[in-house]
Write a protein that binds this ligand. Structure first.
Ligand SMILES: O=C(O)CCC(=O)C(=O)O
Ligand SMILES: [Fe+2]
Length: 290
């Protein structure tokens, strides 16, 4: 059975947002001004295949349940292929342009999304100051100035769990799409006149469905709101995300450095060491007391 055709209402933008890896100033300027940028062909087809194999091995293992989205939130600790990105010249030059010459690897993820997965609630990854971070993930997302760097290893398209972002939603005073209001803590938004819970519809005014090829890099800023289309494609979607923070100083995470993070820090080559020196890992058992 043919998958239903997807009608993409591509938002028309007055500025370019797709760049070659060497257009560093334009990448940084677009991300700063509009909260996102797409960088074409940052990693080779061989690197894409290697990373896909690693996501399959580390995340999928014996298989996904039908329609499942499975996350690994310490992927670089477990994937030598992904850890090598910290020494990947083209990738790291972009990371340094975005965060500064001295930067710290902050967190990473890999996602495997089965065919049939539904759309994902629109959200910002950022934890706004009015919210107390209740989980380790939310705590890591309190930091300002990080950008997420995502590699969608099958490319991204609205018909197969593609990513959509809202340009300019990274502004601190962004009030939500037209006709919508933000939910408590500004984590998501809802259509005015409906129940105030995170929106999952892929018909948000001003949204930009992204179309990328394997090897392309999607960058988005700390507060940029994003959503995910349902998966109507024919292969499991595999993606890897990394976030860096500016500077090489400690970030006072309220959990002790997990063993797996210690091992990871010790495992990287000497020239990469400064970038992981202050990595905190993520303790999924940590919960805000009280
Ligand atoms: O599934 C995706 O592509 C988006 C994932 C995401 O937004 C997240 O992990 O915060
Ligand atoms: Fe997200």
């Amino acid at each position: 059975m043919a998958a239903p055709e997807y009608r993409i209402s591509q938002t028309q933008l007055s500025y370019p947002y797709e760049f070659a890896p060497k257009e560093l100033d334009a990448i940084v300027a677009c991300n700063r001004a509009h909260g996102f940028a797409v960088v074409k062909q940052v990693i080779s087809p061989e690197a894409v295949e290697e990373l896909k194999a690693s996501v399959r091995e580390v995340v999928i293992r014996d298989g996904l349940n039908p329609g499942e989205s499975r996350y690994c939130v310490n992927f670089l600790e477990l994937s030598p292929a992904a850890a090598r990105l910290l020494g990947h010249e083209k990738f790291m030059v972009i990371a340094r342009a975005l965060h500064g010459e001295a930067l710290t690897f902050h967190r990473s993820a890999a996602i495997a999304k089965d065919i049939g997965a539904g759309s994902w609630t629109w959200h910002t990854d950022w934890t706004f100051p009015e919210t107390k971070a209740a989980s380790a993930s939310a705590f890591l997302n309190t930091i300002e100035g990080f950008s997420s760097m995502w590699l969608y290893l099958n490319g991204t398209h609205p018909s197969r769990a593609g990513l959509a972002i809202i340009p300019d939603s990274n502004a601190m005073d962004w009030a939500g799409p037209e006709g919508f209001a933000l939910t408590e803590g500004r984590k998501s938004f809802y259509r005015i006149g409906t129940e105030p819970k995170g929106y999952t519809g892929m018909d948000v005014p001003g949204m930009l469905p992204l179309l990328t090829d394997p090897g392309d890099l999607i960058v988005f800023a700390d507060r940029t709101y994003h959503g995910v289309f349902p998966h109507q494609g024919t292969e499991v979607r595999l993606s890897i995300g990394m976030a860096f923070r500016p500077g090489q100083t400690s970030f006072h995470a309220p959990w002790p450095l997990p063993e797996s993070a210690k091992k990871f820090i010790a495992s990287v080559p000497k020239d990469v060491r400064p970038v992981v020196e202050h990595y905190t890992g993520i303790d999924l058992g940590w919960k805000l007391e009280g």
